[in-house]
Design a protein around this ligand. Structure first.
Ligand code: KG4
Ligand code: ZN
Length: 354
C-alpha cells in the first residue's frame, strides 16, 4: 500500500511543502515546492520577524500547490510531517501550527521532525537504495557535524564546530568580500577564477586529526574568517584579490572537511559517505570528497534543490519515523534547540589510533 506523506518546512527563510509517496521502504517524491524569501538579502542575513510573516502569508498557497502538483487532495494524505526545530521559533511556529491543524482536522498522524535529520535523509530521495552504515557530514548555515551512522535513528556524534558553522563562515566571508548574502554560492563562483595557493590561509584543527583526542573530528572556522579579513584589509586594491581570497578560503574549508570526513570513514571501514545541508551544494567540496575517497568509499550528495532547506527531506525523515509507529501529540511545540533524536557522543573513535 502506498502512503502519501506531506512534509512542511519553515525553519528559516524557505517556505516549503512536499508530498512523498511511500511504499514499504521505497519513497518517491510526488511534488516539492520551495519558496525562498529574498527580502533578507537586503539585510545581509535572515530577519526573524520578517521570515515568520512571510511564512504566514505563503504557507497556505505553497501547500496547496504541492498537493495540486502531486494530484492529491487533503483527504488523500496519510500523514503530516513538519520541522519542529532547530531553527527560528517564530518561523517554525507557522509550519507546526499549520501541520497540527491539518492533522487534527483530517484525523491523520502528525510527526515533528528534526531539521538536521531531514538533511541526513535528503540523499535517499535520489538514491533509493542508500542505507547506513555511513559517515555523514552535515554542513549548513547553522551546523557542522560529523556523524557515524551505523543505522537510521542511531547517530554517533564524532565532532562538530567549536564556533562558526561552515555555511556561516561562507556567509561571513561573502559579506566581507562584498558578495552579499548568502555567501556560499557567490564564493564558489568567484573561487573558480581564483589562483590556488595565492594566500596561505590556515587549515583550522587539521593537525588534531593525527592526535587522538576530542579535537580530532572537531572544526573551527572563525579564525579562518579573521585571516581572510586581515588579508583583505592589507590589500592595496581589495577588489583585485577577491577571487584569489575566495579560492584560498574555499580550499581551506574543503580540505579540512574532506580530510576529517575521509579519515572517519576509513577508520570505521564504511563503504559510504553522505553529505547534507546547504554547503553540500558546493560542487568543489563534493568533487574533492569523491577524489579523496576514490576506491575506498562511495560519496553521496543530493542535488542542490534537496540540499538546501526543503520539505521533501522532512517528509523522508518523518516517513521513516511514522512507519516505526512514532507520533507527535497535539502538544507538539517548536524548539530553537530541539535535540537531535538518537544522537550520542562518540569518544571511542577519537581515542583510538587510526
Ligand atoms: O541547509 P541550509 O539551506 O540552511 C540551514 O539549515 O542553515 O544552508 C544554508 C547555507 C548558507 O550558509 C549558504 O551560504 C550555504 O548553505 N551554501 C553554500 C553553497 N550553497 C549554499 N556554501 C558553499 N557553497 C555553496 N555552493
Ligand atoms: Zn538546513
Amino acid at each position: 500500500m502506498t502512503e502519501r506523506i506531506l512534509g512542511i518546512e519553515t525553519s528559516c527563510d524557505e517556505t516549503s511543502a512536499a508530498v512523498l509517496a511511500v511504499t514499504g521502504a521505497e519513497a518517491e517524491l510526488s511534488s516539492l515546492v520551495i519558496l525562498s524569501q529574498d527580502v533578507h538579502a537586503v539585510f545581509g542575513g535572515v530577519v526573524p520577524e520578517l521570515a515568520s510573516r512571510a511564512h504566514l502569508r505563503t504557507i497556505g498557497p505553497v501547500i496547496d500547490r504541492a498537493l495540486a502538483e502531486a494530484g492529491v487532495g487533503l483527504h488523500g494524505l496519510d500523514g503530516i510531517t513538519v520541522t519542529a526545530g532547530p531553527g527560528l521559533v517564530g518561523a517554525l511556529l507557522v509550519g507546526v501550527m499549520y501541520g497540527k491543524t491539518l492533522a487534527l482536522s483530517l484525523d491523520r498522524p502528525l510527526l515533528g521532525v528534526h531539521h538536521l535529520e531531514g538533511h541526513l535523509f535528503a540523499p535517499t530521495l535520489e538514491t533509493p537504495g542508500l542505507r547506513p552504515p555511513f559517515v555523514a557530514l552535515l554542513v549548513s548555515g547553522g551546523h557542522t557535524m560529523l556523524l557515524d551512522v551505523p543505522a537510521w535513528g542511531e547517530y554517533r556524534l564524532l565532532g562538530q564546530t567549536r564556533d562558526d558553522a561552515a555555511g556561516e563562515a561562507f556567509d561571513k566571508v561573502g559579506m566581507l568580500l562584498g558578495l552579499g548574502y548568502p555567501g556560499g554560492p557567490a564564493i564558489e563562483r568567484l573561487a573558480a577564477s581564483g589562483r590556488p595557493g595565492r594566500y596561505d590561509l590556515p587549515r583550522p584543527m587539521l593537525r588534531e586529526l593525527d592526535r587522538p583526542g576530542p579535537g580530532r573530528y572537531e572544526f573551527s572556522f572563525s579564525g579562518l574568517k579573521t585571516a581572510v579579513l586581515r588579508a583583505a584589509r592589507s590589500a592595496a586594491d581589495p577588489a583585485a584579490i577577491r577571487a584569489d581570497l575566495a579560492r584560498g578560503f574555499q580550499d581551506s574549508v574543503v580540505e579540512v572537511l574532506v580530510e576529517k570526513t575521509a579519515h572517519a570513514a576509513e577508520s570505521l571501514g564504511y563503504p559510504a559517505v553522505t553529505l547534507g545541508g546547504g554547503v553540500a551544494c558546493n560542487r568543489t567540496l563534493v568533487a574533492a570528497m569523491r577524489e579523496r575517497l576514490d576506491g575506498a568509499a562511495r560519496v553521496y550528495a543530493a542535488s542542490n534543490r534537496l540540499n538546501t532547506d526543503n520539505a521533501a527531506m522532512i517528509a523522508a525523515a518523518g516517513a521513516w519515523r511514522l512507519a516505526r509507529g512514532e507520533r507527535s501529540g497535539w502538544e507538539l511545540e517548536p524548539r530553537a534547540d530541539l535535540p537531535f533524536p538518537g544522537l550520542t557522543s562518540s569518544s571511542a573513535l577519537q581515542e583510538s589510533p587510526a
